[in-house]
Write a protein that binds this ligand. Sequence first.
Ligand code: NAD
Length: 502
Amino acid sequence: MSIASDVHSLLEKMGVSRDKYTGGTLSVRTPVTGAVLADVPTVTPEQVEAAIAQAATAFGQWRQVPAPRRGELVRLLGNVLRENKEELGGLVSYEAGKVISEGLGEVQEMIDICDFAVGLSRQLYGLTIQSERPEHRLVEQWHPAGVVGIISAFNFPVAVWSWNAALALVCGDPIIWKPSEKTPLTALATQALFEQAAARFGEVPAGLSTLLIGDARTGELLVEDRRVPIISATGSTRMGRIVGERVAKRFGRSILELGGNNASIVTPSADLDLTLRAVAFGAMGTAGQRCTSLRRLIVHESVYDSLVGRLKQVYANISVGCPIEGNALVGPLIDKASFEAMQASLQAAKAAGGIVHGGERVDVHGPEAFYARPALVEMSAQTGPVLEETFAPILYVLKYSELEDAIALQNDVAQGLSSSIFSTDLRDVELFLSAAGSDCGIANVNIGPSGAEIGGAFGGEKETGGGREAGSDAWRGYMRRQTNTINYGRTLPLAQGVKFDV
Ligand code: NAD
């Protein structure tokens, strides 16, 4: 396989010039074979400063453009993405190691959020509120908030940008993107596609969308800068703890989308055929490298043996292999460090009394590529590595007898991203969805915890960071709210009956 030349021709097709990915200091490897694809130039602190200054100027112009017109730019972006879906999806597979359908699915998600944002550009609704005073009116309106800094993770190298970018742009905010240092090529391609959309649109202010390739220090420059009032950061809880604190220190706003430790509960009435498929996709899809990947399966004792017995067979037979060629369902881990973290967690699970099935390395494309058979680990208690997010395909299985205990177990971790229940019993389902049920930002029924649609707000509680992106009313996170009290009379009644006659 000559992945480098395939990748270079995809970049060229999408309008990325060679100087953007040659001669730099950031070596980009494909997880598919481990080969080096490109040497990408990174930005200097002076370039970061110039980009922020330019974006701040762009804000002054873009906020004056009517929102439906801003939506037109996002509509054009959606069109350019449609035209380049195969190319960008293919590049996601090469750079992040996702199987082809998932690479394409990621681009589809970008198209979906563009469509959503276009509609939203005519629906940035405020409120009219009844005043307690005669001849007064109260209004709540939403204004653009300013430059949005987007820091993204490797595992959704382009979709996360689009969730933020599409909404920020219709809300009147310029965007500055610091992608993962593991996936700069998909970012370069996305920026080139944005520029095509901007050229079709016409009068786009310089610096409306900027890409800054660099490492955590580049991200820190964005995080520290008051001219960037909103920081949307997706990645590990470790990163979010640093970023959240720094943004709070300057009273900025952060949208944090951090790690998950997602569980599914399987009740006695569950449809086990459906559950099996959902668990397989949730835990092994994307090689367990989704923030919403299923990591803990909490199974009722009455169905434990039958479900777990069947799961072991599925785990033993799942196709692990090249994500580009063939029909493998599980591709590689992103890098060696990721494989080592997986092995360390499996060792720790064994030490804690776990019974490990699978988890060994699979040789697909030689020693520089890190493929692993997904691991199923039977645990008698929720301890040790079960309490952590290991970003790899490990599924810990636990047994329960009372649903209340299963829900307590599910909630008894630091993260609060996604969860689900498999059940055909209305009472069990409603308890799970009630205030006394799942404490996560996402709680599903009869599907796994992963595979969200853009229509619903996406994000989680506790150490997942509390942010919400994509659908529902997540757009409010990109705007500032203003309350207006308007007196259209000739007297000045004060609120709460206060008298102040002068
Ligand atoms: P990571 O935390 O290593 O890196 C994420 C991004 O943060 C990168 O761009 C990195 O350069 C930047 N960064 C790191 N330290 C920083 C700092 N101090 N200041 C500014 N920027 C900094 O995460 P990763 O390994 O790329 O991604 C995997 C993690 O992301 C997992 O924990 C996963 O659950 C999480 N994730 C969460 C969501 C979500 O929506 N909740 C989505 C995808 C991934």
